[in-house]
Design a protein around this ligand. Structure first.
Ligand code: SF4
Length: 227
C-alpha cells in the first residue's frame, strides 16, 4: 500500500516470502539445523511483520571534492561527493522492520527475534529498491547511509530526516545521538551506480556482515590516503 504526496511517498510493505527466502535473509543455510527454527518462525513473521518506508525525491544541486549539496543542504563527505557527481536526481529513504514482531507473544524473549527483524529490514530494503525501479525506471540500488563510514557520520541523519519530511507515519524516531528507533531501521541516499556497497570502503575487514570485498584502490582514489 502506498500513500503519495508530490515527491514524497510512504509505503506499507507487504510481507511475503518462503522459508528458503527468509532463511537467506537470516543467513541460515537450508541444510543447517537452524533452518527448522526459520520454518517455525515463518508464519509469525508473515502475520506480524509490518515493515514500512518513506522515500522522497531530491535534486543534487552541486558536488565538490569533499562536499555535496542536496536539496539545498551541504554535506561534507568525499564519498558522497564522488558517488553523487553524476546523479542529478536521487532519492532519500528511511526503511524500518517496524515493531510488529515485538507484538507477537510467541516471539517474546526469543533469541532469534533480532535476526528475524534484520531479515525483515533486508527484505524491505530490497522491496523499496525494486518498487522504485518498477514504478519509475530508476536504479536506486546504490545506497549511502549515515554512520556507515567515518566520512559520512551518523550526525548526518538529522539533516536527512529534515529533508525527508518526518517519519511519524512509519513509527520511526531519531534519538539525540542520531541513531534511530526501532533498532532495525536504516536511512539512505539512493543513487544509480551498479549496486555500490559501503562495505567496499569500510575498513572493518573481519566484519561478519560484509556484503562486498574491501576495494583498496577505490579507497585511495576517493580519500587520497592508504587505508
Ligand atoms: S563491512 Fe560491516 S561494518 Fe562495514 S559497512 Fe559492511 S556491514 Fe557495515
Amino acid at each position: 500500500m502506498e500513500s503519495r504526496k508530490t515527491d514524497r511517498m510512504v509505503f506499507e510493505i507487504p510481507v511475503g516470502f518462503t522459508a528458503e527466502e527468509l532463511a537467506r535473509f537470516c543467513r541460515v543455510k537450508p541444510d543447517s539445523p537452524a533452518f527448522a527454527v526459520v520454518e517455525e518462525a515463518l508464519p509469525l513473521v508473515l502475520e506480524y511483520g509490518k515493515p514500512m518506508a518513506v522515500i522522497r525525491w531530491v535534486t543534487v544541486d552541486r558536488t565538490d571534492g569533499d562536499s555535496a549539496t542536496v536539496d539545498g543542504v551541504t554535506f561534507r563527505s568525499r564519498v558522497l561527493a564522488d558517488k553523487l557527481k553524476d546523479s542529478p536526481r536521487v532519492f532519500l529513504s528511511v526503511i524500518t522492520a517496524g515493531s510488529g514482531l515485538e507484538k507477537c507473544e510467541d516471539l517474546d524473549g526469543d533469541p532469534f527475534l533480532d535476526t528475524l527483524n534484520g531479515a525483515l529490514l533486508g527484505y524491505a530494503t530490497g522491496w523499496v529498491v525494486r518498487t522504485v525501479k518498477e514504478k519509475f525506471g530508476y536504479d536506486g540500488s546504490s545506497m549511502l547511509n549515515p554512520g556507515s563510514l567515518p566520512d559520512w557520520p551518523i550526525a548526518n541523519n538529522f539533516a536527512l530526516f529534515d529533508m525527508i519530511g518526518g517519519t511519524e507515519e512509519i513509527g520511526v524516531t531519531l534519538r539525540d545521538n542520531g541513531y534511530m528507533r526501532p533498532w532495525n531501521t536504516t536511512s539512505h541516499i539512493h543513487f544509480p551506480g551498479h549496486g555500490y556497497q559501503n562495505c567496499s570502503l569500510c575498513r572493518k575487514y573481519d566484519c561478519v556482515g560484509r556484503r562486498a570485498p574491501f576495494d583498496r584502490r577505490e579507497y585511495i582514489r576517493i580519500f587520497g590516503v592508504e587505508p
